[in-house]
Design a protein around this ligand. Structure first.
Ligand code: C2O
Length: 524
């Protein structure tokens, strides 16, 4: 296979993406970070040099890492973080997948401070959709804070704060936006300059644009729209789907969508809008300072005067979901196999001991281990090797902080996620795509309907919104050996412990030797 080499330096800088100067963490002094683009089948080498004063780890969101679980970049699960002042070489092959992905720090809340970037995998199979567009454009969307995430955590975790997440100060499109400094008083302490700009995307009349949208934010779901232009959805989380034409697209944290925009209008400028769903926040008394997140779509070859354009965002009723993403249908048919085993988890936030606000999956709150759970599991399996059975290793972990389901080998898993919380949660499964078998924003799954589930070609993805007080039944084939995180991707919630793990394919893991350089990270 072709080998592609990338170098990433992680460092701390002072920068003002929206005119407000702050401390940021960035890849290669760039924000958003540099695009990594490879072909399916490529071997990818990414040398990460950590110039921070803290440790870090880089996760390749959506990549399977089949056979290289220790390259998944998940601090405390698949590796010890890369110590300050050292380098680590991520080395993996991208197989059996293509589409829109991203990469980000998977250490504490670091990605919220700027460590985000797109990762695109091309494939000959893309030809099926490539004929439908002339240009390929990545657009990153995100909420934005004017403070370092570590400065916001103490208030979030303060005694008696009942899961009121830090409210974003702004939103960015392609890492930039304007901000009205007058909304801060003179003594706000912020260095705010009215000198920032909105992103501009130049297009040519008559051409068709594939927009690869990635929500790299910490907290807020967006409704994405372009005035006067409809959008044809063709990809969700790297699954190609039968095209659906919409005005507004809901895109939650860590999700990706590709939409095709046809440049068929006659005026010069139109707004690209990314509306943060503040009305879907649990704390609706705390509006963000700038919910009106825009970029400019500008036609390069029109001579007409600008006309009044239709603002789809305000013209339509405000609802939390315009497109019911569960109705998307993959264009390549992959039937869901029948499930062998079923688990149910409850997701909740509670005021726990000492009135600290904590997240719970069942009765567990994740706290990263010093020795990664992968390392512990492999060591445990080595000890058990003589008496190894396919029922696997169980309860080797502290069950209050490491909720690990050791899936019996070769099994197809049904997971029913039941939310007892008043906010929506974008849940992400590492190392797999799952089938979305059923979901609803109210009530409970009715098991009497189980036999009627659509197994012909249900939607497949890696990040799914579980509605407030809602539920979802997802199914995945536990065929990828390793320790895989399943968590809410809201930065604050992951830090609050809303994460569990699946241990899969013990029959392979028992023979693993984790590479020396990966193990070496744990020696500081
Ligand atoms: Cu974007 Cu645990 O990942």
């Amino acid at each position: 296979p072709t080998t592609r080499v990338f170098n990433l330096t992680v460092s701390e800088i002072q920068a003002a993406p929206d005119g407000v100067m702050r401390t940021m963490l960035v890849f290669n002094n760039q924000f958003p970070g540099p695009l990594i683009r490879v072909n399916q089948g490529d071997r990818v080498l990414v040398n990460v040099t950590n110039q921070l004063t803290n440790a870090t780890a880089v996760h390749w969101h959506g990549l399977y890492q089949n056979g290289t679980n220790w390259m998944d970049g998940t601090s405390g699960i698949t590796q010890c973080p890369i110590p300050a002042g050292t380098s680590f070489l991520y080395n993996f092959t991208v197989e059996n997948q293509f589409g829109t992905y991203w990469y980000h720090s998977h250490h504490s809340t670091q990605y919220t401070d700027g460590l985000v970037a797109p990762f695109i995998v091309h494939s000959p199979e893309e030809a099926a959709v490539q004929k439908d567009y002339d240009y390929d454009q990545i657009i990153l969307l995100q909420d934005w804070y004017h403070d370092l995430s570590t400065a916001l955590l103490p208030d979030y975790f303060a005694s008696g704060n009942e899961n009121a997440e830090p409210v974003p100060d702004n939103g960015l499109i392609q890492g930039t936006n304007v901000f009205d400094c007058s909304s801060y008083g003179d003594d706000s302490g912020y260095d705010c300059q009215n000198n920032s700009t909105q992103a501009t995307f130049a297009i040519t009349q008559g051409k068709r644009y594939r927009l690869r949208l990635i929500n790299v934010g910490a907290f807020g779901e967006f409704q994405f729209s372009v005035d006067n232009h409809t959008l044809s959805v063709i990809e969700a989380d790297s699954t190609l789907v039968e095209p659906v034409t919409i005005n507004r697209l809901p895109i939650n944290i860590a999700q990706r969508y590709s939409v095709i925009l046809t440049a068929n209008q006659t005026a010069t400028n139109y707004w690209i809008r990314s509306w943060m769903n503040t009305y879907c926040f649990s704390d609706d008394n705390a509006p963000i300072l700038n919910p009106d997140v825009k970029a400019l779509l500008t036609y390069t070859n029109t001579t007409n005067e600008p006309t009044e354009s239709a603002d789809w965002a305000s013209a339509l009723d405000i609802v939390c979901e315009d497109l019911v993403t569960a109705t998307l249908v993959p264009s390549g048919i992959t039937p869901a196999p029948s499930a062998d085993v079923a688990y149910k988890i409850d997701v909740a936030f509670q005021i726990g001991a000492y009135a600290l606000d904590k997240a719970y999956i069942n009765s567990t709150t994740w706290v990263p281990e010093t020795i990664p759970t992968l390392n512990q599991a492999v060591a445990g399996l080595h000890t058990l090797n003589n008496s190894f059975s396919t029922s696997g290793l169980s309860t080797a972990f502290d069950q209050t902080s490491q909720f690990v389901i050791d899936v019996p080998n070769y099994q197809v898993v049904d997971l029913l996620i039941n939310s007892l919380d008043e906010g929506a949660h974008p849940f992400h499964l590492h190392g797999h795509q799952f089938w979305v078998m059923a979901s609803d924003s109210t009530g409970d799954f009715d098991w009497s309907t189980y036999k009627d589930l659509n197994t012909t070609n249900p939607m497949r993805r890696d990040t799914l919104t579980i509605d407030a007080y809602g539920w979802a039944l997802i199914r995945f084939k536990a065929d990828n050996p390793g320790m895989w995180a399943f968590h809410c991707h809201i930065s604050w919630h992951m830090e609050a412990g809303l994460l569990m793990q699946f241990q899969t394919r013990d029959d392979i893991m028992k023979d693993w030797t984790i590479p020396e350089d990966v193990l070496g990270l744990c020696n500081g």
